[in-house]
Design a protein. Structure first.
Length: 215
């Protein structure tokens, strides 16, 4: 019996379900099944980011080609709030990293504090994007006004939708402090969410520069 118990414990550790301070109560899911190996989650997130990158690179190529092949490209006034939105999003990368490091140090209260701040900044960014669209609409610049405005709405909306997915993950992880994260340990869920969030931040910096310089 002792040998069997030791074997089960080793299998649990191999699956990423060791019950250290960060993962207490997370060794098995609600049905008592072992946690999924961490490598599956990390492989999944990198494949998803690769697909997202290819999608946006396709849009970027269309942007460059469309601007170069036509004479109807009309510049419009760039909403100044986008610079504030960029600052907010970059700041959220700092706060989510602070949250992740707090969890590494087993500082649960600090983790939740920084995680909530990151979530609030994400919501603030999306609200700022809505304001930017409203400013353009008030100036008579709509999605069908010109190819340049069409790409602006398309690229910013596509990014906003993907960021909303990340924000959903932040809200979901933040509200589950003591139950299984879909068979993933807390640290794995937090790290995977952080990777996605940092990617969205970097992607936004690229897009805002593309739109500003290419408008």
């Amino acid at each position: 019996m002792a040998g069997k118990a030791a074997t089960e414990e080793l299998e649990l550790i191999e699956l990423g379900g060791g019950r250290g301070p960060r993962d207490a109560g997370f060794g098995r899911d609600d049905a008592g099944a072992p946690l999924v190996p961490q490598r599956i989650y990390f492989t999944g997130i990198w494949l998803a980011l690769a697909a997202i990158l290819m999608f946006f690179m396709g849009l970027t190529s269309s942007f460059v080609v469309r601007k170069g092949l036509s004479g109807d490209w009309v510049a419009f006034s760039f909403p100044r709030i986008l610079w504030l939105n960029t600052t907010i999003l970059l700041l959220s990368s700092v706060t989510i990293e602070r949250a992740r490091r707090a969890l590494l140090r087993d500082e649960v209260a600090g983790f939740h504090r920084w995680w909530r701040i990151t979530t609030a900044l994400g919501l603030g960014f999306l609200a700022g994007q809505v304001v930017a669209w409203q400013e353009l609409a008030a100036a008579g610049v709509y999605i069908a006004s010109n190819p340049s405005s069409s790409f602006f709405y398309l690229l910013t909306a596509a990014h906003g939708i993907h960021l909303l997915g990340g924000l959903t993950a932040l809200l979901w992880v933040g509200r589950r402090p003591a139950v299984a994260y879909v068979r993933a340990t807390p640290l794995t869920a937090v790290t995977v969410s952080s990777i996605y969030w940092h990617f969205m931040d970097g992607l936004w910096v690229f897009l805002v520069l593309l739109l500003f310089l290419g408008r």
